[in-house]
Design a binder for this molecule. Structure first.
Ligand code: PLP
Length: 275
């Protein structure tokens, strides 16, 4: 909204569910097409291979934010993407104690990112934070398996709950892009979004009623984190902007942790009773 226009970069937002929308938005000045899949916080899935084809046909690179899936569950470069980014603050660090990022791409591109952004602007990770990431990476596969297993059970539980309107989790057959998720991902990850009946007020009640889960805006932690996008991560958005990014007032985002899943379901159950 601000940073890129301040740098003289025009951003065009299009819905990448249909790669033709992206194709139409590319002009002579377009540099990268940037997508996030699964998307935050809707958990929509976009077709990396199809979008890479559309971008390449027009001589443009495809960059993918792979934070939610992690390299354990999704490898965009193998699907045709050119650049991959991760907020390593999330699953790669894995313990909610580090702020870091990763950019993956061809040597020349990384050289420029390192020299022009890291060195000249100063986005440099501290040695201790780098060490925390390396330590986190050692358990990434086991953590992701457990995040995913717990998330699937919670998504199923929520989808039958009378106070829940809908659940968005790529592992559910009811997810509109479930088949695509099966094709391009090896697992579905630990992120779920769902809508509770009663809008914003119900969202706030749920946030204030959980006991085991932590109310926090980050994600990818060993602990389960719960947040209400309309009043937290997206509180600066107007109603129109919320609608544009698919955030409803009763939407809740859950980053499922590594706890015993029955304890998590018990916690959600007692909190949903308060609504
Ligand atoms: C998908 C995704 N990408 C990037 C970011 C930005 O991460 P960081 O805060 O580590 O810069 C976030 C943060 O929430 C995110 O969820």
């Amino acid at each position: 909204k601000q940073t890129l226009p301040n740098l003289g970069i025009t951003v065009r937002k299009v819905d990448p569910s249909d790669p033709q929308n992206v194709a139409k938005a590319i002009d002579k000045k377009t540099k990268p097409v940037f997508i996030e899949t699964p998307a935050n916080p809707t958990l929509k899935i976009f077709d990396i291979a199809a979008l890479a084809r559309v971008a390449h046909q027009r001589g443009v690179q495809l960059a993918v934010d792979n934070t939610f899936a992690t390299p354990y569950f999704q490898r965009p470069l193998q699907l045709g993407a050119d650049i991959v980014i991760h907020s390593a603050t999330k699953y790669i660090g894995g313990h909610g104690d580090t702020v870091a990022g990763v950019i993956v791409g061809k040597k020349e591109f990384i050289k420029r990112a390192r020299n022009e952004v890291n060195r000249d602007i100063g986005a440099v990770i501290s040695p201790f934070n780098a060490w925390l990431l390396l330590r986190g990476l050692k358990t990434l596969p086991v953590r992701m398996e457990r995040h995913s297993e717990n998330a699937m059970k919670i998504a199923k539980y929520l989808s039958f709950h009378p106070k829940v309107n809908w659940v968005s989790y790529p592992g559910l057959r009811t997810h509109p892009q479930h088949e695509l998720a099966c094709r391009q991902m090896d697992g579905f990850g630990g992120m779920i979004s769902f809508e509770i009946k009663g809008g914003k007020k119900a969202g706030e009640t749920l946030m204030n009623s959980v006991k085991l889960m932590t109310l926090a805006v980050s994600l990818g932690d060993v602990d389960t984190l719960l947040e209400h996008p309309a009043t937290m991560t997206h509180s600066s958005y107007s109603l129109e902007e919320l609608h544009e990014v698919g955030v409803t007032e009763g939407m809740v985002r859950l980053s499922v942790g590594l706890e015993d899943v029955n304890d998590l379901i018990d916690d959600l159950s007692q909190a949903l009773k308060k609504i």
